[in-house]
Ligand binder design. Sequence first.
Ligand SMILES: [Zn+2]
Length: 258
Amino acid sequence: MGGLALHLLSGGMLDVDRNVIHPGDDSRRRVRLPLLQVLIQCDGRTVLIDTGLMPDVVDSPGVLRDRYEVDPNWIRAVTSPDQRIDRQLAGLGLTPADLELVVNTHFHFDHTGGNCLFADVPIAAQEEEFLAARVPETYLSVWDAPDLHFRAERGDWSPLPGVEMVWTPGHTPGHQSMLVRLEPQPWLFTFDAVITEEHWRTGNLGSVVDIAAARSSLQRLHGIAADEHAKVIFGHDLGQWESLGMSSATRGPAFRAP
Ligand SMILES: [Zn+2]
């Protein structure tokens, strides 16, 4: 696919109790989850996938507890101010106004917290996700704000030539993954349909709202990976993050254009 460029953006990390990603694990061990956002450019068009944590949290991680009442025994933010999504874009010479579209893979706050910075850009998500969000307390309300403009998509769709959003419900009702047809090898971003390589290898579904849907989404992703000979990028895998040349430090944006 000519002209397709991809940048991985680092939105900091979450330090979580392992049972957040391995339900039932009562070891109390902590794990670090890198927060991935993806910028894709094609022939002068620019699309951002996910917006990371809330800007006030990235600026000051304790705000996650103090303002959003997220229990630090469960989830803590580990961030530095330059990891805000608008500053990550600035590192690439871009402002939010340069984007054609923002896509939310799903409405969890570590994927949509920065939506508030994109009032002038349409934000696309799956219709099932909007329906789920109508039920109070399903999501922190940070994904939405009065001046945002949303667009609902249904099933598989394409935000840019060579980029396919893949319908993968289960982690949430309207979760979507993404296939990017990079040369010489496509990249398959599972996002939270598959949290880490360990989940991929063992078939552990992680945290899901619908087990049957999550299982068939996992099967579908395995099928795409095999058919396309794709490189699989997991939602929150620290080891893979580092192997991609991304920094595990809390300071400094990191980019990579394969
Ligand atoms: Zn996530």
